[in-house]
Structures are given as C-alpha cells and as structure tokens.
Design a protein around this ligand. Sequence first.
Ligand SMILES: [Zn+2]
Length: 213
Amino acid sequence: MGKTNKSSSKAQKRKRIQDTQRKETKVKSSDRRKWHLEWEEYFMALAFLSAQRSKDPKTKVGACIVNKDKRIVGMGYNGMPNNCKDEDFPWGKGQTAEDNKHLYVCHAELNAVVNKIQADIRGCRMYVTLFPCNECAKIIIQSGIEEVIYYKMPDMPADKTKAEEKTEKIKATQKMFQYKNIVKLREYENKQEGETVFKIETKDSKCRVMISL
Ligand SMILES: [Zn+2]
C-alpha cells in the first residue's frame, strides 16, 4: 500500500513537471504556427504543382532543383520543345512511330535543368514526382546534381515487352546513379503524421490548387 502511494506521488510529481514544461513551451512558441510545410514537402509539393502544367493526358511529371542554400534554381514539367505547338504534336502513342509522343516530349528533369537560373547546379538536389528514366539520369549526372528525391516508381505497362523495356530503363538509372555513388537516390518520405494536403484557394475561387502527397 505504502509503495503504491509512493509511486503515485512520484507520478503526480512527474506530471506536474511535464505540465510546467508544456506551459513554458506554449508561452515561448505562442506566436508560432504549429503546422507548416517542411522543406522536403515544400519542394516536392512544388514539383507536383509544376506537373499540373503538363498537357500529357496520362503522365504528368514535375521536377524542382534546389541548391545547398535551399533556394529553388530550376523547375520543369514534361512538355513539347519550345516553339513546338502542343496542338501540332501528338500526345498519345499513335498508330505509327511518328505519332508517338515519346519522340518529341521533353521530360520534366531535362526542362528543370535547362531552365536553371544559376550557371552552375553542381551539388544541387532534384525533387521529382516520378523515378527518372535513363535518358534523364544522364542529364542529371552531366549537370552535376548530387541527389535525387523521387516520389514514386512508374507504373508497369500490362504488355510484357514494354514492361521489360521499362524495367531495363529503371535498372540503367540505378546503375548509373549508384556507380561510385555519383548521385544519391532516395524515395520521398512523408515525415509529418498522416497525409499531407497542400491546398491553395483564393476567396474568389480564381485560383484553386490542391495537392495530396
Ligand atoms: Zn526522363
């Protein structure tokens, strides 16, 4: 009995200390907004926002390049080359090779690199909504980007040959990046609890964007 009283008074004391600590923290951070976007969420959300500019009916990809000072130095999404009008080029896979979008579309990673606003992007990070293909992996390496954070792997086509082709491209990217650890590669991880929802809505509904990561 005595022992129980002793341990319960200890528990009360611990609770009092915790309450005081909580109060102090509350006072100190009373002006600070508790929930906010973490850096990683911010950059990945911008990549997703950028992807919404894409005209591709199937795959919309966005990329965001960030330097060591956490400044955004390049943004891109998958689209037709400059001055090649969207309406004059195919957005599907078509019946003939010529009608296949893959011959023309510039991937988000390529656009983010060529859109860069600082001459040298060596040592930068790239946030991209989809795992980079082998062609983009080469561009990323050549630009000197040292880390790629991707949101997800591409969906596999139902067609066996096409699925194999895609798998080979993924393997080639991994092989190049992992070779002497040229480019660090990691999947995006949500560090906040629950789902992150990034929402912008103006009062007059002229601009509405909602992104769930
Ligand atoms: Zn690519």
